[in-house]
Design a protein around this ligand. Structure first.
Ligand SMILES: [Zn+2]
Length: 399
């Protein structure tokens, strides 16, 4: 039955090659947004249907444009569908030159490729092109191309869902294989701590100093002892945590001489869990460890370091029911394509985390990205073609 889907495979690959050749690392999405707008106009989307929101004004990092939003009026009645993906690539993709090698697209040279998520960008354009060219009956559709996904899901987070005109479900394209349906993902809590001790000559009067490095070291050992480091499995929940940065001010080391008691240390980490409350519990576990370590390190008069600990939610977790309409739609479409679905839960955040939080049940499908965020990145064109067919089917099927 898959042959019944009128997919122009060479044209779909041309779109992908074109988008892969446009640089657009996170925060610098203006050029790729322009390339997408121009491709959409060429396939018959009126200019008036293409717009940007003002999410970039709320993103706390410099960002060239807002999210790109496109309305495709329905050619039959039905609840509105949203298709989403992200425009930006990781910085390792800067200067990427795509090259076809058999049924793969690889990058020439020493950069990543950017199939994450240009496969999604191309797929959304292919869906629009196919619907228009073949006059396929479809309900109203909104296309959403987000910015700054790779640097913290910012575009999706700062999106005002009212901009989308009320979609009932979303198909987010940011995965590897077409068979893999991502129906949930962990949430993440970021934590950081500033430890201010007191400097003193380490040879002459070490007892007058308060070592910030020692407070940090004891705290991390304490957190590990209490079961909060790495893979966390407790009766109350499960998750992961990591200590990413242990240093000083402005990227300098904590301390800069062996003969001075370190007066300042900065430590930054994360905690993830399928339960928002447990990700917070892990962050609290670290907070308690730092409080214990603080009192364990004193100078000769009993003074302790100043410890400032903070944690903030980076993104919330979500999980769709397996019998929810968007999951059923994806499974049915895969069935038509003769593909056995694989239901996955992601240990990393996706735009889907925020779209779901905005009230739009969101499934994430794959379209051939592989070995992402590495210089070995490539696009699997067999999976890309399957993903395009899956997207067209999900846009047009009746269920
Ligand atoms: Zn991605």
């Amino acid at each position: 039955m898959s042959t019944a889907i009128p997919l122009d495979v060479p044209a779909a690959i041309d779109h992908l090659m074109n988008f892969l050749s446009v640089e657009g690392v996170t925060g610098h999405e203006a050029d790729i947004a322009a390339a997408v707008s121009s491709a959409l106009k060429k396939v018959g989307v009126p200019e008036s249907a293409i717009r940007f929101d003002d999410a970039n004004k709320r993103i706390p990092l410099p960002t060239e444009t807002g999210n790109l939003i496109v309305d495709l009026p329905g050619t039959r009645p039905g609840p509105r569908l949203l298709f989403s993906t992200h425009l930006d690539t990781v910085p390792l993709c800067a200067g990427a030159k795509p090259k076809r090698e058999g049924d793969r697209i690889v990058s020439e040279g020493k950069t990543a490729l950017g199939g994450d998520a240009r496969t999604g960008v191309a797929l959304l354009v292919v869906v629009a092109e196919t619907l228009i060219k073949h006059k396929l009956p479809h309900p109203p559709i909104t296309l959403l191309f987000t910015v700054r996904e790779e640097s913290g899901l910012h575009g999706a987070r700062e999106l005002d869902p009212k901009e989308l005109n009320g979609p009932v479900m979303c198909i987010n394209v940011d995965g590897q294989n077409a068979a893999e349906l991502i129906i949930g993902a962990v949430g993440q809590e970021n934590w950081e701590v500033e430890i201010t001790g007191r400097a003193s000559h380490a040879g002459v009067a070490p007892e007058k100093g308060i070592s910030a490095t020692l407070v940090g070291a004891i705290a991390l050992a304490e957190a590990q002892q209490a079961g909060w480091f790495g893979k966390v499995v407790k009766p109350e929940g499960r998750g992961t945590s990591n200590v990413g940065i242990f240093g000083g001010k402005d990227g300098k080391p904590a301390g800069d001489a062996t003969n001075v008691v370190t007066d300042y240390a900065f430590i930054k980490g994360e905690a993830r869990s399928p339960e928002a409350s447990f990700a917070k519990a892990i962050a609290k576990g670290y907070e308690e460890a730092f409080a214990k370590a603080k009192v364990a390190v004193t100078d000769h008069e009993g003074d302790t370091a100043d410890v400032k600990y903070n944690h903030v939610t980076s993104y919330p977790p979500f999980k769709l029911e397996e019998n929810s309409p968007v999951v059923k739609r994806a499974i049915k479409a895969l069935g038509i394509l003769g593909i056995e679905p694989k239901i996955l839960f992601s240990n990393g955040g996706l735009d889907a985390n925020w779209l779901d939080k905005h009230g739009i049940p969101t499934i994430t499908i794959g379209a051939g990205q592989a070995e992402i965020h590495t210089i070995k990145e490539y696009v699997n064109l067999v999976e890309y073609e399957k993903g395009c067919r899956l997207g067209i089917l999900m846009a047009t099927m009746d269920v």
